[in-house]
Design a binder for this molecule. Structure first.
Ligand SMILES: Cc1cc2nc3c(=O)[nH]c(=O)nc-3n(C[C@H](O)[C@H](O)[C@H](O)COP(=O)(O)OP(=O)(O)OC[C@H]3O[C@@H](n4cnc5c(N)ncnc54)[C@H](O)[C@@H]3O)c2cc1C
Length: 403
C-alpha cells in the first residue's frame, strides 16, 4: 500500500464518505481514515435523515442513492409546525411549489451502508479502519498524517470530516466557538395508531421542539429536544410511560403510540469552527459546524460542504493549480461558511423564540406562524430554500443535475 495520496479524508460518516465517492469519481486517489471498526447499524444509530432534494442529487452523483432500496426511502410531502403555547400553526405543502415531495427520509445507517457499498467498488479509495490521526505535520509539499495504528499518510490535502469532536480540527490548531443549547435530543422509532400520511410534524414545547418524522415503513422517527434532566427521565422510563409521555407532548396528533423502539440521547450544541481551511487542510460537515436539529438541516449542510469542496478541488486541478493551496481552499470557505452561519443563526433564533415563556413573545410567534401560513409567496420562498431548490448550490446539487 502506497502512503501517498491526493487527499486524506478523516471520518467516513455521511459527509466524509460522500466526499470520497465524489473525488474518486473525478480521478483523485483517496485515503479514507475511520475510527470505528464497523459502520453503524439501525439498532445502534436511530438517526433518520430528512434529506433535501439537493442532498438527494449529491448522493445520486456519489453513486450511493441507487444503492438504497426504494422501500427504505420515505417521502415527506408536508411539514406541519405548531406551538404548544398558543394556536399558531404553519403548514408547508410540496404541492405549493409544484414538487412531489419536500425531501426524503432515510435512516443514517442505510445511507452509510449505500456509501460503503459504493466505496467497495472504487479502487481509487483506500479505506483505513479502525484508525485515528495522532499528528499532522504541515510541510511545503503537503501534509503528513500520523495514525495511532502506526504509519504515516502523505497528501497535498487532508480533510477533517470527523464530526463535532474533530481531532483534525484540534491537531490543526483551529479554534471553535461552542455553546451548549442546554438541551438534549431523545431519539426513538415509534409505531402510532394513526398513519403519518407522509407529513413531518413538529410541536414547539417550552423545553424544546418535538418532531415526528415520517419513515418509509410507516413508523415515525421521534426527535424530542428537551432539558437534560427531562431527557434523562425519558430515557429511564418504562416503555409504557415513555409512550404515554410522547402521546401527551405531541397532543396525540397521531393517536396512541403503540410501540417505541430503543431510545438514544444526544447533547445539543452550536459549534462554529473559526476557520474552515488552512494551507493543506479543510474541514467539512459537523467538524466545521453543528446546528440545532430542529429543522433537520445538519447533514444537508454537510453534504453541500462535500459537493462544494469537490467542485473547488476538481476545478483547481483541471486548471493546473495546486489544490491544497490556501487561496484555492479559501474559495470553498467563502462559499460555505456564510451559508452555514446564516442557517445556524436562523435555527438559533427559532430555538430562542420558541423557548421563550414570555407572553408577548408567545403571542408574537403565534401571530408570526399564522401570518407566514397565510403568506403563500413567503412560504414558497422558504420551502424552495429549505428543500434545496434554490440558493448558491454546487453544480451537482442544482435542479436538473440529476444523473
Ligand atoms: C438527535 C439528532 C438528530 C439529528 N437529526 C438530523 C436530521 O434529521 N437531519 C440532519 O440533516 N441532521 C440531523 N442531525 C445532525 C447530524 O447528525 C450531523 O449533522 C451529521 O451526522 C454530520 O455528518 P458528518 O459526517 O459531518 O459527521 P458524523 O456523522 O459525526 O461522522 C463523523 C465520522 O468520523 C468518525 N470519526 C470521529 N472521530 C474520528 C477520528 N478521530 N478519527 C477517525 N474518524 C473519526 C466517526 O466515527 C464518524 O464515522 C441530527 C443530530 C442529532 C444529534
Amino acid at each position: 500500500m502506497s502512503d501517498h495520496y491526493d487527499v486524506v479524508i478523516v471520518g467516513a460518516g455521511t459527509v466524509g464518505a460522500t466526499l470520497a465517492c465524489l473525488l474518486a469519481g473525478d480521478g483523485f486517489r483517496i485515503a479514507l481514515v475511520e475510527a470505528r471498526a464497523q459502520a453503524p447499524d439501525e439498532a445502534r444509530d436511530p438517526r433518520v435523515w430528512a434529506l433535501t432534494l439537493a442532498s438527494e442529487r449529491i448522493l445520486r452523483r456519489a453513486g450511493a442513492w441507487r444503492r438504497i432500496e426504494p422501500a427504505a426511502i420515505g417521502a415527506f410531502r408536508e411539514l406541519e409546525v405548531w406551538d404548544a403555547g398558543g394556536g399558531g400553526r404553519i403548514r408547508f405543502d410540496a404541492a405549493d411549489i409544484g414538487a412531489a415531495a419536500l425531501g426524503s427520509m432515510v435512516a443514517n445507517a442505510r445511507v452509510q451502508a449505500a456509501l460503503s457499498a459504493e466505496l467497495d467498488e472504487r479502487p481509487a479509495v483506500t479505506r483505513i479502519r479502525p484508525a485515528r490521526p495522532v499528528g499532522l505535520h504541515f510541510r511545503a509539499d503537503g501534509v503528513e498524517v500520523a495514525l495511532d495504528a502506526g504509519g504515516v499518510l502523505r497528501a497535498p490535502l487532508v480533510v477533517g470530516a470527523d464530526g463535532a469532536d474533530s481531532a483534525v480540527r484540534r491537531l490543526a490548531g483551529i479554534a471553535a466557538d461552542v455553546r451548549g443549547y442546554g438541551q438534549t435530543a431523545v431519539a426513538a422509532d415509534l409505531r402510532t395508531e394513526i398513519g403519518h400520511g407522509e407529513v413531518a410534524r413538529q410541536r414547539f414545547l417550552p423545553d424544546g421542539p418535538l418532531a415526528l418524522l415520517p419513515r418509509a415503513d410507516g413508523r415515525c422517527a421521534l426527535v424530542w429536544s428537551t432539558s437534560p434532566a427531562h431527557a434523562e427521565a425519558l430515557l429511564g422510563m418504562e416503555e409504557a410511560d415513555f409512550r404515554a409521555a410522547v402521546e401527551e407532548a405531541s397532543e396525540a396528533v397521531l393517536g396512541r403510540v403503540l410501540e417505541a423502539g430503543p431510545r438514544a440521547a444526544f447533547a445539543l450544541r452550536l459549534l462554529r469552527a473559526r476557520a474552515y481551511v488552512r494551507a493543506g487542510l479543510a474541514l467539512a460537515g459537523d467538524a466545521a459546524h453543528t446546528v440545532h436539529p430542529l429543522a433537520g438541516q445538519g447533514v444537508n449542510l454537510g453534504l453541500l460542504d462535500a459537493a462544494a469542496l469537490a467542485e473547488v478541488l476538481v476545478q483547481a486541478r483541471a486548471a493546473g493549480r495546486a489544490f491544497g493551496a490556501l487561496h484555492v481552499l479559501r474559495r470553498y470557505e467563502r462559499w460555505r461558511k456564510g451559508d452555514n452561519l446564516a442557517t445556524a443563526q436562523v435555527l438559533d433564533a427559532f430555538k430562542h423564540l420558541f423557548g421563550s415563556p414570555l407572553v408577548p413573545v408567545r403571542r408574537l410567534r403565534n401571530l408570526g406562524l399564522d401570518l407566514t401560513d397565510a403568506a403563500v409567496p413567503l412560504k414558497r420562498l422558504i420551502m424552495r430554500r429549505a428543500s434545496g431548490l434554490s440558493g448558491d448550490l454546487p453544480a451537482i446539487a442544482r435542479p436538473g443535475a440529476d444523473v
